[in-house]
Design a binder for this molecule. Structure first.
Ligand code: PLP
Length: 381
């Protein structure tokens, strides 16, 4: 058996839960209080401190977090929200969920984020919100974004699901700006199993977020209760909050390790000459990204499914983040079509997420690049 065949399977991501957190979860389970309670409050407080003292509320997913943010902004039928087609489908689904219309703008091929130069042309009288995504943790140009929002009188919801610990010009994403939504799905840089949080601007009412989070309920005194809006069921359990709190203590260390691994990826990719072999590497940005993912874009002559299968046979996991949203049936039925957003379509067809998670060893990066390089040669790349 060759060395690589004997090596353990390397997934593209893996959460890392420490023993202190596991013991803490056991304590919550024994405490007699399982759902939203003291640990949710403690998690929200810790998140608030992490985001520079801003108000934060926790939810049971990053998706519902964004939907509630849109509701809080009063977005609904007849309104338009500008967003990117190159994201997890949740980003656009929440726009439809509140009854509004997604207006996609193509991505910048260099950053793979919303092309802000094209955003202004897409703004019309029905536009209410700009909904950018910090894909793979690389922040959008937040100076340019907030400049457009201010000049055109628009609100912003940053889909920062992948961007905990990223920063823009030295300021942590979420510590400034309008609404920002984060996800704690297990694939993200910090997890609460499932979960999310919303950073609220000063003019937003946290009590309204809480009502949308739990059936619209408003309580008075010891026994009074009223309901005057349709809320959902989006509260975070204390078991999940305990996991999230434990992760938040370590997220800076996780992100530092991710940055190191990304640096090693670039070294190995350069040594293998991937760029010259027409494989697109991510932007070489170390200060601002939390390196949620390390993604290459394959040239068309290396069909992605074949590359993924060959990597899998060599013990290496990989992922696709993401197929362009506007090409899903739901969105085609709304009138979107192939050719609408050529950069997102080209990148979406070839993008491949390579393994990157804090527990990876330096040698794992070399192994991924060695195998990827060999597989690409088989495809004539
Ligand atoms: C993960 C993710 C979401 C959704 O988060 P969930 O917690 O899974 O609901 C939304 N947008 C982006 C860009 C994501 O990566």
């Amino acid at each position: 058996m060759s060395a690589s065949a004997a090596a353990e399977f390397l997934p593209f991501t893996r959460p890392e839960i420490d023993e202190e957190t596991i013991a803490g979860v056991v304590e919550v389970l024994r405490s007699g209080w399982l759902t939203t309670g003291p640990w949710n409050a403690r998690f929200e407080q810790a998140l608030s401190e992490y985001f520079g003292g801003r108000t934060v509320r926790a939810f049971n997913s990053g998706t519902v977090t964004m939907e509630i943010a849109l509701r809080m902004m009063g977005v609904g039928a007849g309104d338009e929200v500008i967003t990117t087609p190159l994201s997890w489908v949740a980003t656009a689904n929440v726009i439809l969920a509140v009854g509004a219309r997604p207006v996609f703008v193509d991505v910048d091929p260099a950053t793979r984020n919303l092309d802000l130069r094209q955003v202004e042309a897409a703004i019309g009288p029905a536009t209410k919100v700009l909904l950018p995504v910090h894909l793979a943790g690389l922040p959008c140009d937040l100076d340019a974004l907030y400049d457009i929002a201010a000049r055109r009188g628009l609100r912003v919801l940053e889909d920062a699901a992948q961007a905990i610990g990223s920063s823009w010009r030295g300021r942590r994403v979420g510590s400034f700006g309008d609404f920002a939504s984060f996800s704690f799905h297990p694939n993200k840089n910090a997890t609460s199993i499932e979960g999310g949080c919303l950073v609220l601007p000063a003019d937003a009412d946290p009590e309204l977020a809480e009502r949308y989070r739990l059936q619209g309920v408003r309580r008075f005194g010891l026994d009074g209760m009223d309901v005057d809006l349709v809320g959902g069921k989006a509260n975070l359990t204390d078991v999940a909050a305990r996991v999230g709190w434990g992760q938040l203590q370590r997220v800076e260390a996780f992100n530092a390790r991710r940055r190191e691994l990304a640096r090693l990826y670039f070294e190995a990719a350069d040594a293998a000459g991937l760029g010259a072999r027409s494989v697109e590497l991510p932007p070489r940005e170390f200060a601002d990204s939390n390196w949620h993912m390390f993604q290459v874009v394959l040239p068309a002559r290396a069909p992605r499914a074949g590359v993924m299968q060959a990597l899998k046979d060599r013990g290496i996991g990989s992922g696709v983040h993401y197929p362009p949203i506007h090409l899903f049936s739901l969105y085609r039925n709304l009138g979107f079509a192939p050719g609408d957003f050529p950069q997102a379509e080209r990148i979406g067809a070839g993008i491949l997420t390579l393994p990157l998670f804090p527990a990876m060893r330096d040698g794992d990066v070399e192994r991924v690049l060695r195998e990827l390089s060999a597989v690409l040669r088989e495809f004539g790349v």
